[in-house]
Ligand binder design. Structure first.
Ligand SMILES: Cc1ncc(COP(=O)(O)O)c(C=O)c1O
Length: 424
């Protein structure tokens, strides 16, 4: 069930051996051989700048426009849901701060990297969520590593959704707890795990995403949290793709569904709707005040640069104060989904700002992806094992910064690529 823990292994499943470097005196390293196979399988999809996994952005023209392969390209794979990475106030906050405080913090929070601005951002993110405790981390990936591995230990259990992000799988492994994946979005399977577990529910963490980052579907938080609570488990929800997008105040799906009392810890990132980098965990449990001291990914890494902190603080104010951005995002997402469905494409989920289109095999997917790029539209190409059920997917993310012309251009390109794929 934990296949997504070992993505590199799975990507090199075909066992073509490479004997480079072996000599009669020195046997060739199995570790290098495996790494070589991985490089080969990645290189197979590379055609100059058309390698989907090493795309080079030559210039950035705004939140959703860039130059790739010498041409102006509209980005449909950025996660800049609200376009705040180019908001003048966020840029100004970062500029002023970097001039005064320099470029980096150069130390961890527990050494000499804890600044009043870090503490202020923690206070503000706690207040944004209406929670008493907050901790910030250097990335969203580390927020999951820290919160999950900080809470669960050996002799505890972690139940996580089979479609979880790699950071959740890695966090679970790092914790040393017993880990079980449940079938995607399936409360009955969570119930089964509790029934079969030898570890008490009160020693169990149930980890969910509010919006699953590949298909873009919303987690069944209500039913799964209800099962978890019945067994006395703690519920952790990753709002990476929900924050700024769902809920009246942009807090996410937990707010949208009114589940603040059922969810024990919310984990999130500043790298998507907030437009910078960094992550956080918030909770109403006073016991979690010292989560920071229990979490190695907090303790042993440099703190966020203050220019990033300043920009994140400004962005939080915009997220809660300007609901019009969210409305624009949703209008764009609905128009884009409607267009994809009208073309007859197999879209994974209901309308939302992130989603994927299923492709029939790697070649079709790669041809489709190349066709879109040649028409000035960039989406993410995803291959197994990074995808659920071995699917080949073209993943898109919509932004409030997309104009109706961007959406039309993308739909036109999808239509042309679909016609070519049909004729092939
Ligand atoms: C669901 C989810 N959680 C966590 C992360 C990690 O966030 P970050 O990229 O900010 O480290 C991501 C990033 O894609 C994600 O999709």
């Amino acid at each position: 069930m934990l296949s997504r823990l070992h993505s590199a292994d799975a990507a090199v499943a075909d066992d073509k051996s490479t004997s480079r470097g072996a000599t009669s005196e020195q046997p060739y390293s199995e570790i290098l051989r495996r790494a070589g196979q991985f490089s080969e399988s990645a290189d197979r999809l590379a055609v100059g700048h058309l390698n989907p996994f090493e795309i080079v952005i030559e210039d950035v023209l705004g939140p959703v426009e860039a130059v790739i392969g010498g041409r102006r390209t509209v980005m449909f794979g950025t996660n800049s849901y609200l376009g705040l990475n180019f908001h003048p106030d966020c840029i100004k906050a970062a500029q002023q701060t970097v001039l005064h405080y320099g470029t980096g913090s150069t130390a961890s929070r527990v050494a000499s990297g804890n600044h009043a601005m870090h503490v202020a951002l923690e206070r503000e993110i706690a207040s944004f969520y209406g929670c008493r405790e907050a901790v910030i981390y250097s990335t969203g990936f580390m927020a999951n590593l820290a919160a999950i591995s900080g809470l669960a230990r050996e002799k505890d259990a972690i139940f996580l959704d089979a479609h979880s992000h790699a950071s959740i799988f890695d966090a679970a492994r790092l914790s040393g707890a017993e880990v079980h994946a449940f079938a995607h979005n399936d409360p009955a399977d969570v119930e089964r795990l509790f029934r079969e577990s030898k570890i008490a529910g009160t020693r169990t963490l149930v980890v969910l995403e509010s919006v699953y980052s590949v298909w873009g579907d919303v987690g069944d938080l209500k039913s799964i949290a209800a099962v978890a609570k019945r067994h006395g488990a703690l519920v952790v929800v990753d709002e990476a793709h929900g924050m700024g997008i769902y809920g009246k105040h942009g807090r996410g799906v937990v707010e949208h569904l009114g589940l603040e009392k059922e969810v024990d810890v919310i984990v999130g990132t500043f790298s998507k709707s907030v437009g910078v980098i960094g992550g956080f965990s918030v909770s109403n449990h006073a016991e979690l005040r010292w989560l920071r001291m229990m979490a190695r990914p907090y303790l042993y890494t440099a703190s966020l640069p203050l220019s990033i902190v300043a920009s994140a603080r400004t962005a939080l104010g915009i997220i809660s104060g300007e609901p019009g951005l969210r409305e624009k995002l949703w209008r764009n997402a609905e128009a884009f989904h409607a267009g994809l469905r009208a073309i007859g494409l197999d879209v994974c989920s209901a309308a939302g700002p992130v989603g994927s289109v299923r492709m029939q095999g790697v070649k079709t997917g790669h041809d489709f992806w190349k066709s879109l790029l040649s028409q000035g539209i960039y989406v993410n190409m995803l291959l197994p094992p990074a995808t659920p059920n071995g699917e080949v997917l073209l993943r898109f993310s919509i932004s409030a910064a997309h104009t109706p012309e961007h959406i039309d251009a993308a739909l036109k390109a999808f239509r042309a690529a679909a016609q070519v794929a049909k004729a092939a």
